[in-house]
Design a protein around this ligand. Sequence first.
Ligand SMILES: Cc1cc2nc3c(=O)[nH]c(=O)nc-3n(C[C@H](O)[C@H](O)[C@H](O)COP(=O)(O)OP(=O)(O)OC[C@H]3O[C@@H](n4cnc5c(N)ncnc54)[C@H](O)[C@@H]3O)c2cc1C
Length: 389
Amino acid sequence: MRIVVVGGGIGGLAAARGLWLAGFDVVVLERERTDEEIGGGILLGPNATRVLRRLGVGAGLDKIGVTPQAVRLVRWSNDALLSDFDLARDAERRYGAPYYGIYRPELVELLAAGLPDDMVRHGAEVVGVTNGPTGAEVRLADGSVEAGDVVVGADGMHSVVRGATVGDVNARFSRMVAYRAMIPWQKLPEGTGTVVRNWLGPGRHMNTFPMGAGARYLGMIAVVPEPVWSTESWTARGTVEDLRAHFDGWSPGVHALLDVVTDPVYRWALHDREPMPHWSTTHTTLLGDACHPMLPFMAQGPGQAIEDAAALAACLRRNRADVPSALARYEVARQPHTARIQRMSWSNNTSFHLPDGPQQELRDRGLSGSRSTEGLHWLYDNDPEHLPD
Ligand SMILES: Cc1cc2nc3c(=O)[nH]c(=O)nc-3n(C[C@H](O)[C@H](O)[C@H](O)COP(=O)(O)OP(=O)(O)OC[C@H]3O[C@@H](n4cnc5c(N)ncnc54)[C@H](O)[C@@H]3O)c2cc1C
């Protein structure tokens, strides 16, 4: 069976690995010309790192991943601790896999390492897809055609495969944008510690976490309001001055970090899409941001793409003779789970950003009691290869 994967980001490469290990003939078509990656930091929960271990990259992952000492929610005005989750310290014992801060390009490189040389084709932009009775075809910008028994759209939030197969869904702008920066560790104030911190404040929040093999950087994602629609892009630039201005009057801890931020600062408009009821046809399917883009407020975008990859490989492995049934089973296994995370991420846009007042006090009282991730077992303990009948 030949499988054409469109997109060589985290989801596409994880799928390629899983499908290749299952013995399928795989080609990955990636639009970018080089494998030089842009991108900042991501957090991976044990639900995703467990899958990456099964994909055979566990040792490399342990080298590039940074285990935070703690995951803390903090008050915006004075750095007061709201909650100290035991997730990072306890992930291995509780869920059998680690919780890591990761520099995205290092994960992309790790996933691609060791794949056959000709499997990932760079500079291969897909412009069209046709589903047929026995297989599917993609058309590339250079006019060439690639055919497969299955075409997998792992081509991110602007997915061409989605538009050409199940139809596009309008993006929903959250009226928030995220500034993204990386601070080299040696520039950080003393005592910063390898901690994930989320400062929650009125109308905005700031998230920082350690990342880069050997904890080389502190990643910073600063989410602020922006009433006007702007483009969904991973490469649009922001300025340090604007970033600082958004946090005027915030705590000493926030200012100590903003004082040492330098260019480049990126800025991305936060969109999601309503959960899609279907994303497969008989010989095409989608994974990751192409089918369930989510706001980053549960830090699950990359993790869910990795889970999709494992579920898809499991479905095709177990049902080689009947591709349409395998793709339908994959969708049934993944759609409700990812839709739940999309909805929760969307609602965190409100609860993270409450103005000071009775609702915020209620939220903070609730947080101070919840130190464990008990309520999130369904998320961190999920095994995507465990398929419903
Ligand atoms: C450059 C970049 C930087 C990012 N930086 C961050 C970050 O700092 N923090 C964060 O939380 N998330 C970041 N993300 C998003 C995050 O990686 C994804 O939300 C998550 O990993 C889900 O992955 P995905 O594989 O579904 O999509 P993506 O990671 O978006 O991968 C999609 C891939 O498909 C390729 N592609 C798109 N269209 C076509 C086409 N027509 N033909 C061929 N290839 C195509 C893209 O070039 C990309 O490599 C970034 C994504 C990208 C692409």
